[in-house]
Structures are given as structure tokens and as C-alpha cells.
Design a protein around this ligand. Structure first.
Ligand code: PMP
Length: 393
């Protein structure tokens, strides 16, 4: 058999179903205003929700971090790669989340994907552990559950009664309820207070992936836990540092004993090189902004843009559920139509990618609009006008 021809057949099949994914090379300077192929583009697809990725204070801190610590960490955290910058960042993150967690400690990772693999393998490898996973969870949580080799129960989106029935029927010694806080393709927020009450009633952990909430939700940017004013020893929290925080990486924050277990047990933590310390140094500057007056002002502006988009966008054929977060899906349905609309926006200098299965359910292909604090009200008005026009075509 010709191996290459076999692969090419698989690629052709994806193309025939309008499922091929394409990358675009983003030029400088930074989203949302980019130059791609020599053309200016206004992006509505970045996760840089507070517009911090190009913030002069972060850029300067990154350069200073490289001067202080060099370009790379040179080792895994448990050998020689755990720098003073990592340690300071973990202390700051633990302190930041301490209103919501008992005896809080934080642990940093190179990516959110790895943080989720580590967290779920450390807690889920307990013999007799069972994972109760929300239907719309991010791929990294799904993969973490697979890697943990625990029994996994899926519960339907935001269905508390279904989850409770599963928890009641389970005799597992260790129960892990796992959920995104802000769902990455829908933008709605999980009912965390009710989920936490269920977990406390049934002796389960509540593992919250706040990738899209950390920095954007809560008066001080502490994320979903602050948004709902939650505090519990049952909480295990994951936040990412490459979205609202504007740099890269992620962290898990929880009771110190949970963190110690992850350090001792989690292969995705133990067997990988620590992120460059300069990133941790830049993240200290990012936390100063997120938790300070400038962060509050950026969140307020983002909130006003979200409100504008919800109020002014009027669609007939497509659906816009208008969630209250920076993620604003426009559900179109067919893959080819979603691609056509995305291409139409692109021709007008607006970058909004089409999201198709398997990332979302078949028949729910959509545009995933993300708003960020670096957008203006005029930017949002321009996107709304373009969408209204394309819907009528
Ligand atoms: N969880 C969720 C809900 C996400 O949306 C993402 C990234 N898109 C991740 C985890 C992974 O984070 P990272 O990009 O830092 O790997």
C-alpha cells in the first residue's frame, strides 16, 4: 500500500466535508489589529480578552525576565528548572485566589492543556475514582479523563438533576465533577453555586476549568469563583495565563495537599521542561494589572462591548444566544455556510473563524466572535453591520 496516498485520501475526505482546518500567519503587531498577507485585519477571534498581550508593561517585564533568568528554564520543575520567578508567581496566584480556597497553594504549567492532564491524572488515578464530566467540556479535560483511566460519566449540559442522579448511583470512593466555567464555544457560564452544593452534599470534588473566566470575571479579575463568591475545600481551580493574562501558561490552585499530590503524582507535571522563567516574571506584571485599577477599567470596557453586541445585533436566520461573557457565538448550522460567512467577513477585513465539528456538535457550525478590551465601540459596530449584511445575502 502507498502510505502517502492513504493519508492523502483521508485529507481529501475532510475537505469534501468542509472540515479542513486552515492556519493563517498573523503578522505584527498583535490582535486585534493585525496585518495578514500585507492587509490590515481586525480580529474578533483572539483570547487576549483584556488586551494585555501587547501591553508595554508586560513586554518590558518579559525582556527584563530574560535578562535576569535567561531564555530557558533548562530543566523540569523537580530537577533544576523551578526558578525564583516561578516560585514568586505561584505565591502570588495562591494569594490572589485565597479568598476562595482553604489553605490555598498554586502550581504553574506551560499550558492549560497540560494543567488539565496533570490535575485529572493526579486526582483520577486514585483506585476507585470516578469522573463526572460535563458534556461541553474542553478537549483537554476530556483527554485528561482518558489519561486518568478512571470511569467517566458524561452529564448533559448544565443538567444538575442528571448529574445528581449519577452521583447518587455511584459508590466510588473518590468522585470528581469536572466542568468548564465559561464554555469555550458557547460563552455561557456553568451553574457553579449549584454544582458546588451538589458536590458538597455528595462528597465530590468540583474541578473548575476557568480558562475563559480568569482575569475577566469578578470585580478583581479572580474569575468564576469571585463572580459567584464561592469558597469551599472541595474546589480545585484551573486558570490559564495565555488568554486574559496575556502571556502563556496556566495554573492549578487548590488546598495545599491537592497541589502536593499533583507534584508527586502527575506525569504531565513531572516529566516536562519548566516554562521559561521570563514568562513567569512577565506574569507578575500581568497580575499587577489584572488585580488593580487598570484591570477593573479594562473589564468595564469589555463589559460595555459585550452589552453593545447583545443589544445591537439583530439576526433573523442565525442564532445569537447573547451570553454575558467575551465569547459570543453566532450559530449558523451548516459547515459550508459558516465557512462562506467567515470568508465574507474576511473580505471586509474582519477575522472571525468558523468553528465546525468535531469541536462543536454536527449541524451547529458557528462563528465564534470574541470581544476584547482593545476593541472600540466602532469596531463592534463595524462587525455588527457586516454580519447583518451577510445574513441577508
Ligand atoms: N481549557 C479551556 C476551556 C480552553 O478553552 C483551553 C484553550 N483553548 C484550554 C483549557 C487549554 O489552555 P491552553 O491554551 O493554555 O493550553
Amino acid at each position: 500500500m502507498n502510505l502517502i496516498a492513504h493519508l492523502e485520501g483521508q485529507l481529501r475526505e475532510l475537505d469534501e466535508r468542509s472540515l479542513t482546518r486552515r492556519r493563517r500567519v498573523a503578522g505584527t503587531p498583535c490582535a486585534p489589529r493585525l496585518v495578514v498577507d500585507g492587509r490590515p485585519l481586525l480580529a474578533f477571534c483572539s483570547n487576549d480578552y483584556l488586551g494585555l498581550a501587547a501591553h508595554p508593561a508586560l513586554v518590558a517585564a518579559l525582556a527584563e525576565g530574560a535578562q535576569l533568568y535567561g531564555a530557558g528554564s533548562g530543566g523540569s520543575h523537580l530537577i533544576s528548572g523551578h526558578s525564583r520567578a516561578h516560585e514568586l508567581l505561584e505565591e502570588r496566584l495562591a494569594e490572589f485566589l485565597s479568598p476562595h480556597l482553604d489553605n490555598a497553594r498554586a502550581l504553574t504549567f506551560s499550558t492549560g492543556y497540560m494543567a488539565n492532564l496533570a490535575m485529572l491524572t493526579a486526582l483520577g488515578l486514585d483506585s476507585g475514582a470516578e469522573i463526572f464530566s460535563e458534556q461541553l467540556n474542553h478537549a483537554s479535560l476530556i483527554d485528561g479523563a482518558r489519561l486518568a483511566r478512571a470511569r467517566v460519566h458524561l452529564y448533559p449540559h448544565a443538567d444538575l438533576a442528571a448529574l445528581e442522579a449519577l452521583l447518587v448511583a455511584s459508590s466510588a470512593q473518590s468522585k470528581l465533577v469536572v466542568t468548564d466555567s465559561v464554555f469555550s464555544m458557547d460563552g455561557d457560564i456553568a451553574p457553579l453555586p449549584q454544582l458546588l452544593a451538589l458536590c458538597e452534599r455528595h462528597g465530590a470534588w468540583l474541578i473548575v476549568d476557568d480558562a475563559h473566566g480568569f482575569g475577566t470575571l469578578g470585580a478583581n479579575g479572580r474569575g468564576a469563583l469571585e463572580h459567584f463568591n464561592l469558597r469551599s475545600p472541595n474546589l480545585v481551580y484551573m486558570g490559564t495565563l495565555g488568554k486574559a493574562a496575556g502571556v502563556a501558561g496556566a495554573f492549578v490552585a487548590a488546598h495545599a495537599s491537592v497541589i502536593e499530590l499533583i507534584i508527586q503524582r502527575a506525569r504531565p507535571y513531572i516529566y516536562t521542561t519548566a516554562a521559561p522563567p521570563a514568562l513567569a516574571h512577565a506574569l507578575l506584571a500581568s497580575l499587577d494589572i489584572i488585580g488593580g485599577a487598570e484591570g477593573a477599567a479594562r473589564r468595564a470596557h469589555l463589559g460595555a462591548l459585550i452589552e453593545q453586541f447583545g443589544q445591537d445585533l439583530r439576526l433573523d436566520r442565525w442564532q445569537h444566544p447573547a451570553p454575558c461573557t467575551a465569547i459570543q457565538p453566532i450559530i449558523i448550522g451548516a459547515n459550508d455556510e459558516a465557512l462562506r460567512v467567515s470568508a465574507g467577513l474576511y473580505r471586509q477585513g474582519l477575522w472571525v473563524p468558523a468553528i465546525r465539528p468535531p469541536t462543536v456538535a454536527p449541524g451547529t457550525a458557528r462563528l465564534r466572535v470574541t470581544l476584547c478590551a482593545a476593541h472600540t465601540h466602532e469596531d463592534v459596530a463595524q462587525l455588527i453591520a457586516a454580519l447583518n449584511l451577510l445574513e441577508r445575502m
